[in-house]
Write a protein that binds this ligand. Structure first.
Ligand code: ZN
Ligand code: ZN
Length: 376
């Protein structure tokens, strides 16, 4: 009896997918008994139900039919089809190729040859100085990339020859193969890449690829505010496309050159400035580097090593145009390494004349040390 509803035979019988023959028979007997007209008094719905039960049992009781149904069921589930008229197609095992091809929409027409594909994107690195990163600049980048072959203009066909129907796929753009048993696999034709047309005689210059390598110089505009790792996209400067497809893009990764003076910290610039011991003690106006030149900054008498001097608004501008950061001068007091005998004498005399209070840290430290000695 043909069953055209979208019923699941296992569900109909209330058994698991891996039910044994005995379990199936037992389930069937119980259901057949329950829905028998003698029991239901000729109820219409019960009669329909009994038909479904019989249909399900007719398939599942037969190992061969059950196997085919299982495969079909797996396929139906995969494709979102709940069921199908199995009993009509089962005779002789059946050839499912027709069903498959109709489900897949038959042999799809080959795409036009203009299976245009965009070219690949390219990556490049560019080193920029701090100054250029801050104010923006333009630079020339030298790269090698795929260009359309000048001889065949990218078609891959030898000049004067034309395209033929792809001999590998007969113009379909894909090849079919039977996997293990049921499943038919469709693959894009590797020769024509789905286009259905192929080159009869390849262009000698590019061996039919349609592309040749070339060196190019690209002008890169670097906007102000870039930093280490900033990625700039330059549209349409990647590899040439295929069959009229657009060029890929060029991505430029910014690398910062090490600056001789500055370390960047957000919008602030840190600059270490060495001064002499005498300058630190006496104070002075010293010259320090700034982003676009030099400036004077005042060192107070008695300035300690590591003192930070803040120069407001001398740092980096923000991308949004808000207030600039600061330049922070870190003072390094450099102790002389080589002294003449006279200098040593002078320094010793000088040191001997100093009261303990002129070195407040040292004085505090000395007192703590004395305490430690008296207790140990
Ligand atoms: Zn060519
Ligand atoms: Zn092909």
């Amino acid at each position: 009896m043909p069953n055209t509803t979208q019923q699941d035979y296992y569900e109909t019988l209330g058994v698991k997918n891996d039910a044994t023959e005995d379990e199936i028979r037992k389930a069937y007997r119980e259901l057949a008994h329950k829905y028998h007209p003698d029991k239901t008094g000729g109820d219409q719905a019960a009669e329909e139900k009994l038909k479904e039960i019989n249909a399900a049992y007719n398939v599942l009781k037969n190992a061969g039919k059950r196997k085919e149904y299982d495969q079909q069921r797996a396929f139906g589930t995969m494709q979102g089809f709940g069921g199908f008229d199995f009993s009509g197609a089962s005779a002789g095992g059946g050839d499912f190729a027709d069903i498959f091809s109709s489900l897949f929409g038959g042999g799809a027409q080959a795409q036009a040859y203009a299976a245009a594909r965009p070219g690949r994107n390219l990556q490049a690195r560019l080193k920029v100085s701090l100054k250029d990163a801050v104010s923006g600049t333009s630079k020339t980048l030298r790269i090698r990339r795929d260009e359309l072959c000048p001889d065949c203009k990218g078609s891959g066909a030898a000049p004067g020859t034309s395209l033929i129907t792809c001999p590998d796929c007969g113009g379909a753009g894909h090849t079919n193969s039977r996997g293990n048993g049921m499943f038919q696999m469709r693959q894009t034709c590797p020769r024509c890449r789905g286009a259905g047309e192929a080159v009869a005689s390849p262009c000698p210059k590019c061996s039919g690829s349609g592309h040749t390598r070339a060196r190019r110089e690209i002008a890169v505009t670097i906007p102000p505010g870039v930093d280490e790792g900033t990625r700039l996209r330059i549209a349409g400067e990647g590899e040439a496309g295929y069959h009229g497809g657009p060029r890929g893009d060029l991505y430029v990764q910014i690398e910062m050159e090490k600056d001789p003076f500055f370390v960047r910290e957000g919008r602030n610039l840190i600059c270490e400035v060495p001064i002499t011991f005498a300058t630190a003690a006496l104070g002075a106006k010293i010259t320090v580097p700034i982003l676009d030149g030099v400036a004077k900054v005042k060192v107070q008498p008695g300035t300690q090593n590591g003192t930070l001097l803040r120069m407001r608004g001398m740092g980096l501008p923000s991308l949004s145009g808000a207030s600039r950061g600061d330049e922070i001068v870190k003072v390094l007091v450099e102790v002389p390494k080589k002294l003449t005998r006279d200098q040593v004498k002078l320094l010793k005399d000088f040191d001997g004349q100093l009261p303990a209070s002129s070195h407040s840290l040292r004085e505090k430290f000395g007192k703590l040390l004395a305490k430690l000695r008296s207790t140990s």
